[in-house]
Design a protein around this ligand. Structure first.
Ligand code: PEP
Length: 251
């Protein structure tokens, strides 16, 4: 049985005070929550404050990105060890904004995934097709290519520690959500890929989140699909009530 996992990607939003308020609000609102994992991923500059604000709660904290090198002359970057040191359990890797705005490739993401696993962070690895790719019938090929490239060379044990987020690029921040059937089709396909590359135990145990304009009013139907195990939430994770509405849909 896969435990639902709802993560909030705050992207480049909030100031320090509002980050602390939101983190504390989520921690309080989830105090009696059972059977759902919850995490928030603030901008890296607020990670320390958010780790403090969620201390003692069930809310995990994640970075939105990291660099694959352990340390050195990489101005502006942060390492996996730094994320761990500050109190993170998770890191989002290969988000479509990293892929499309900052030009990250599957090979770049693969290096980061391996380094994150080495230090004990749980990578949330994002895959997803653009609108032209979907319209030209390429969705499953794109997902397969991203899976093979981003997760290349992982052992069975490593693979078990991964969370995958299927995020169709055309649904991120646009208000357009994949239908539950469209999302389920890709999630099922990802499970089949894992079964063919690894085994059925891994295919059945790895959690696959859906992301793309998830809101309180569409969460339950999406999360009710047999192969959708949670959500990676952007805009709706910036308000406690909306985020809690989505978490309620996972129960
Ligand atoms: C995201 O940033 O991963 C995301 C899914 O954003 P939104 O929920 O705003 O579409």
């Amino acid at each position: 049985m896969r435990r639902p996992f709802i993560a909030g990607n705050w992207k480049m939003n909030m100031d320090r005070a509002s980050a602390i308020e939101l983190a504390a609000g989520v921690a309080k609102a989830t105090a009696d929550l059972e059977d759902v994992d919850v995490a928030v991923c603030p901008p890296s500059i607020y990670l320390d404050a958010v780790v403090s604000a969620t201390k003692g709660s069930e809310v995990g904290v994640g970075g939105q990105n990291m660099y694959h090198e352990p340390k050195g002359a990489f101005t502006g970057e942060i390492s996996s060890a730094m994320l761990l040191d500050i109190g993170c359990q998770y890191v989002i890797l290969g988000h479509s904004e990293r892929r499309h705005i900052f030009g990250e490739t599957d090979a770049d993401i693969n290096k980061k995934v391996k380094v994150a696993l080495e230090v004990g962070l749980t990578p949330i690895v994002c895959v997803g097709e653009t609108l032209p790719e979907r319209e030209s019938g390429e969705t499953l090929n794109v997902i397969r290519t991203q899976f093979d490239g981003s997760l290349a060379g992982l052992s069975d044990d490593d693979m078990k520690k991964i969370v995958i987020a299927y995020e169709p690029v055309w649904a991120i921040g646009t208000g357009k959500t994949a239908t539950p059937q469209q999302a389920e089709e890709v999630h099922l396909d990802l499970r089949k890929i894992m079964e063919s590359c690894y085994n059925s135990e891994i295919a059945e145990s790895v959690r696959i989140q859906y992301g793309g304009s998830v809101k309180p009013d569409n969460a339950a139907e999406l999360l009710g699909q047999p192969n959708i195990d949670g959500a990676l939430v952007g805009g709706a994770s910036l308000k406690v009530d909306d985020f809690m509405g989505i978490i309620a849909g996972a129960k």
